[in-house]
Design a protein around this ligand. Structure first.
Ligand code: G3I
Length: 348
């Protein structure tokens, strides 16, 4: 019997003897949450948080605080939501997220200081000179990182600077400031909180290939200029039909670790058809579990963060019509097979 089939049978047996979410099982459940099991192994297991349900849905808050020891902001720390106008910051949603994390003793990944997407229209629409845009970048990063200094330990400083063609993405920042905007951004963040760990974050750079080679080269280049970069985020938005090879992801993590990088899996979800079959759920559980086992076995991999946690709130259905059900909890906050299998792995 393969290891995964063994885990699957243990997970199904555990389901038969009572769901970990069932009320009669509360004491046992506290000890067998992903959070408790991951904490015991020194791993951060986290979820991206949406401001709406955090504010309005007690069940969302309950599962989030019980099952995860880390959270990240799905949207509210992006420049667009934070900076509605040049004069004003809109801190309320970001503050609420940080307050929730602190009340529940959770670590925080700040996401994301510099990204070509979700920019405020006043930034996107103007015809900036180089010094003007550098000043905006510096002011923004300094204000945000300073506000949460000592409270947010990990920041995605630059997100998705490498394009699908593995070349530097021609973003506003790259075109107006030049590629050195990356060094500047990391420098501004480091000046604002010298203790924060600063990450470069990207998608489709998990395994080996032209894009992950470009990310690796980018990290080498940043290090060669003395840029304060401490880690790389591998997003891991994947499917069951074409998941990255775990051997390739392991090699990639190891070469980044050899540069001194910490690696976080930052945005994992595994999309399947929106009305999944049992086979889809088993295949999904296997991908989640493969990544968890890999992360546990590589000392450089210190965080596994899902892009959400419940199918009730997920970006997948609107961005990939026909797909959904991508997260470890279903729409009613019940743990799915992926959860049960990861729970078995963390229990061993
Ligand atoms: O909040 C507004 C709401 O007021 C408005 O009525 C509504 C109408 O469209 O839009 C709402 O904002 C949307 C927001 O999600 C919150 O739901 C934005 O339009 C929409 O663009 C935004 O999408 C987010 C996307 O990033 C772009 O920022 C997704 O939720 C979020 O999951 C996704 O996350 C990204 C990571 O940051 C980087 N890696 C890829 C990942 C998936 O695309």
């Amino acid at each position: 019997m393969t290891r995964f089939l063994l885990l699957l049978s243990l997970a199904l047996a555990a389901c038969d003897s009572g769901s970990p979410m069932s009320e009669e099982n509360d004491d046992t459940h506290t000890e067998t949450t992903l959070r408790a099991l991951a904490t015991a192994k020194g791993l951060h297991v986290g979820a991206a948080v949406a401001a709406g349900p955090l504010a309005s849905d007690p069940a969302y808050r309950e599962v989030l605080g019980t099952e995860f020891n880390m959270l990240t902001a799905e949207n509210v720390m992006k420049m667009g939501p934070l900076r509605p106008s040049p004069q004003a910051f809109s801190w309320d949603d970001a503050d609420a997220l940080v307050d929730f994390a602190e009340s529940n003793d959770m670590a925080i990944r700040g996401h994301a200081l510099v990204w070509h997407s979700s920019l405020p229209s006043w930034v996107e629409s103007a015809n900036w000179g180089r010094q003007e845009l550098i000043a905006i970048l510096q002011e923004h990063i300094t204000a945000v990182v300073t506000r949460y200094s000592g409270r947010i330990a990990h920041w995605d400083v630059v997100n998705e600077a490498v394009g699908d063609d593995a070349r530097r993405r021609p973003t506003l920042f790259n075109e107006v400031i030049g590629p050195e905007y990356l060094q500047m951004a990391f420098g501004f963040a480091h000046d604002a909180d010298p203790d924060a760990k600063l990450f470069y974050n990207d998608y489709s750079a998990e395994g080996l290939g032209a894009k992950s080679d470009a990310v690796y080269a980018l990290v080498q280049e940043l290090l060669s200029t003395g840029t304060p970069i401490h880690g790389v985020g591998l997003q891991m938005h994947v499917t069951t039909s074409n998941p990255p090879s775990m051997d390739a992801v392991r090699s990639n993590i190891r070469r980044l670790a050899a540069l001194g990088m910490e690696v976080h899996i930052t945005e994992m979800d595994v999309r399947i058809p929106e009305s999944p079959t049992d086979g889809d759920l088993v295949a999904q559980a296997q991908v989640y579990n493969d990544v968890l086992e890999l992360c546990l076995s590589e000392s450089a991999c210190t965080s596994l963060v899902f892009w959400g946690f419940t199918d009730r709130h997920s970006w997948i259905p609107s961005f990939f019509p026909g797909f959904g059900a991508a997260l470890p909890f279903d729409e009613n906050y019940q743990p799915k097979l992926a959860y049960q299998v990861m729970q078995q792995t963390l229990s061993n």
